[in-house]
Design a protein around this ligand. Structure first.
Ligand SMILES: [Zn+2]
Ligand SMILES: [Zn+2]
Length: 365
């Protein structure tokens, strides 16, 4: 595979890669392109472990048209670091600036979506890992010592933000912030439900609260109630397996951010919506969900989707998080713990995001 070799590009890079669908990660020497006129090169300090990373290294989306793994596969798309070199035409960054990169590193910059700052919906959007870059080489993610990125696809991280707890905002944060904004679930007085309390869900609670809405967490496990209400600041908690609780909450929510990626019934969630309520899915179930239409018709309700956000909105989300002191809840791990972390993530045994301390623990071999 082009790009797998150490010698394709001038900048030596080192990271951890999966070599096959076992998904086991191990040290990997490769290279990155020279810093182009509009590129920034940065030293990676922290990278979050997104559930997508796990799917990707095991090639679990290989049969779908979403993304299939190119091995060696270097995952990581919640990346923060410090700029070490800037190209001649770079405007936004200087050496020493804190920088973040999320799920994408390129788009056509000329289609309707790109024109509307919706690079995330560009048909030619390039993912941070697993895409083929314009030069024909694979894109490699942030489980590595350095990154090179077009400045358009990098955001500023304000100095007052903790870099480790900010990394997950680049995917999990924008994934929930964008639909709260776009679907108008961002105003005081509204009541928003958040389904699933994981990496995405805990961010949704924090952003929805900071936007001034009332928040109800909906979860299958009753034992998450204290966590949701006392620690994360949700106003109410519903156990989705308790028909009485669900019944009592019928018609109370203006909108729902559904973060669950496993198959689950939509009818109980649609029932929680007020008239004209919106059920927004941001989890990515690999099989179709059954959509009951009658309850939508009888209340002009809608079911929508949303995927990350454009670059302008990603910067807005970061600035909003800085202003409201929003961080992800993280467990910082060393690089050589990553395979154990993946096993634990698979069992949902993390509150709520692993973040790899690349800067201090990634050692070249
Ligand atoms: Zn992600
Ligand atoms: Zn485009």
């Amino acid at each position: 595979m082009a790009g797998a070799s150490e010698d394709v590009h001038p900048q030596k890079a080192f990271g951890w890669a999966a070599r096959d669908s076992s998904g086991v990660l191990s040290p990997f020497n490769f290279s990155r392109r020279a810093t182009g006129e509009q590129d920034v090169t940065f030293k990676v300090l922290y990278v979050g472990i997104c559930h997508s990373d796990l799917h990707y290294i095991k090639n679990e989306w290989g049969s779908s048209d979403f993304i299939s793994a190119n091995y060696p596969a270097v995952p990581g798309h919640e990346i923060v670091g410090v700029v070490t070199e800037v190209g001649m035409k770079v405007q936004k960054f200087k050496v020493g600036y804190k920088v973040g990169v999320g799920c994408m590193v390129g788009s056509c910059r000329s289609c309707d979506n790109c024109g509307k700052n919706l690079e995330n919906y560009c048909p030619k959007m390039l993912l941070t890992y697993g895409s083929t870059y314009y030069d024909g080489t694979n894109t490699y993610g942030g489980y590595s010592d350095i990154m090179v990125v077009d400045e358009h696809f990098a955001v500023h991280i304000p100095e007052n933000m903790a870099l480790d707890a900010t990394a997950p905002l680049l995917c999990a944060g924008i994934t929930v912030y964008s639909p709260l904004r776009y679907y108008g679930l961002d105003k005081p007085g509204l009541h928003v439900g958040v389904v699933g309390l994981g990496g995405l869900g805990h961010m949704a609670v924090k952003f929805a609260k900071a936007l001034g809405t009332k928040v109800t967490v909906i979860s299958t496990s009753a034992n998450k109630k204290d966590e949701a209400v006392k620690r994360l600041g949700a106003d109410f908690f519903l156990v989705s397996r308790d028909p009485e609780q669900m019944q009592a909450a019928t018609g109370t929510l203006d909108g729902i951010i559904d973060t669950v990626s496993a198959p689950h019934p939509l009818l109980p969630l649609i029932s929680l919506l007020k008239t004209e309520g919106k059920l927004i899915t941001v989890g990515a179930p690999d099989k179709p969900l059954e959509l009951p239409v009658f309850p939508l018709i009888m209340g002009r309700k809608m079911v929508g989707g949303s995927g990350i956000g454009g670059m302008m909105e990603t910067q807005e989300m970061i600035d909003f998080a800085a202003k409201h002191d929003i961080k992800a809840d993280i467990e910082v791990i060393p690089m050589d713990y990553v395979n154990t972390a993946m096993e634990r993530l698979h069992k949902a045994d993390v509150s709520y995001r692993f973040v790899i301390d690349i800067g201090n623990t990634l050692k070249a071999t």
